[in-house]
Design a protein around this ligand. Structure first.
Ligand SMILES: C[S@@+](CC[C@H](N)C(=O)[O-])C[C@H]1O[C@@H](n2cnc3c(N)ncnc32)[C@H](O)[C@@H]1O
Ligand SMILES: Nc1nc2[nH]cc(C(=O)O)c2c(=O)[nH]1
Ligand code: SF4
Ligand SMILES: [Mg+2]
Length: 237
């Protein structure tokens, strides 16, 4: 079973509900979206897989090539394996095969758009971190895909939380649409407001915007936290 992977590394989860836990990150190559602010856009087409100090493999890598490295890393107690990218749900067969070869819980970091692919792997996924994408950052509206994605995760009673990356440029009308979407699904879902790390012409939200938008969100969603990308602050990948 093969898949294109740009890097595998052990680090501290820097975002969202599980910030601070130790995770083994598997970053898949390729994405079905093109977020203007993507901080991994340089790895979306990587032809090599970086196993930190152990090896540089050529993509697509065979699962059996990387299992020894994964198992070596997991000799240190890890909370979970973070499947990220790129968009990990483009590689469902590989994810299901990986699940056969590890007892470590699988954590899905996803753009929340590929609901048919989620259905193929969801029984092997323990935790879902799902982005709701703001249309100005991706040039399209994905509300229906996000709605179906959330509905499937709720139906399967998965541990799921939602992240919205907010920039100075994010439109309040889009933010309100995201809040309405979430409120109609579950007003108790955990919503993370993730301030944009400036890149690609996008700016961090102003301090006032962060507080005002959290207050706005708290009028519709009961659990709203503001958490920046903390791994950058501690020099972690
Ligand atoms: C690189 S993406 C990969 C997983 C999946 N494709 C997604 O977008 O959720 C992982 C997380 O990083 C966030 N992210 C990417 N670039 C960012 C930036 N410049 N500032 C803040 N968060 C960013 C995404 O919004 C997403 O929550
Ligand atoms: N430390 C660390 N935490 C993360 N949380 C989500 C990440 C991602 O790129 O998916 C990420 C990442 O790239 N590094
Ligand atoms: S969906 Fe995720 S990986 Fe794809 S472009 Fe957006 S932030 Fe980057
Ligand atoms: Mg990252």
């Amino acid at each position: 079973m093969r898949a294109p992977i740009s890097e595998i590394f052990s680090s501290v989860q820097g975002e969202g509900k599980y910030v601070g836990v130790r995770q083994l990150f598997i970053r898949f190559v390729g994405c079905n979206l093109n977020c203007g602010y993507c901080d991994t856009e340089d790895m979306l087409a990587a032809d090599k897989c970086d196993l930190e100090n152990d090896a540089i493999l050529t993509n697509p890598v065979e699962l059996t090539e990387i299992l020894p490295y994964i198992n070596k890393c997991l000799q240190i107690k890890h909370h979970s394996i973070s499947l990220t990218g790129g968009e990990p749900l483009l590689h469902t067969d590989f994810i299901n095969e990986l699940a056969v070869h590890t007892d470590c819980p699988l954590f899905l970091e996803t753009n929340g758009t590929l609901v048919e692919n989620l259905a193929k792997v969801i029984d092997n996924i323990s935790i879902i971190s799902m982005d709701i994408k703001m249309p100005d950052a991706i040039g399209q509206e994905l509300w229906q895909q996000h709605r179906e994605f959330l509905q499937l995760a709720k139906q399967k009673e998965k541990d799921i939380y939602v992240k919205i990356v907010i920039a100075r440029e994010t439109l309040v009308a889009d933010f309100n649409k995201a809040l309405d979407l979430l409120q109609n699904i579950d007003d108790n879902i955990l919503l993370i407001l993730q301030p944009m790390t400036p890149t690609g012409g996008y700016n961090a939200p102003s301090p006032e915007q962060v507080l005002l938008w959290q207050e706005k969100a708290l009028k519709k969603i009961n659990n709203v936290r503001v958490i920046a990308q903390t791994h950058r602050l501690i020099g972690q990948r």
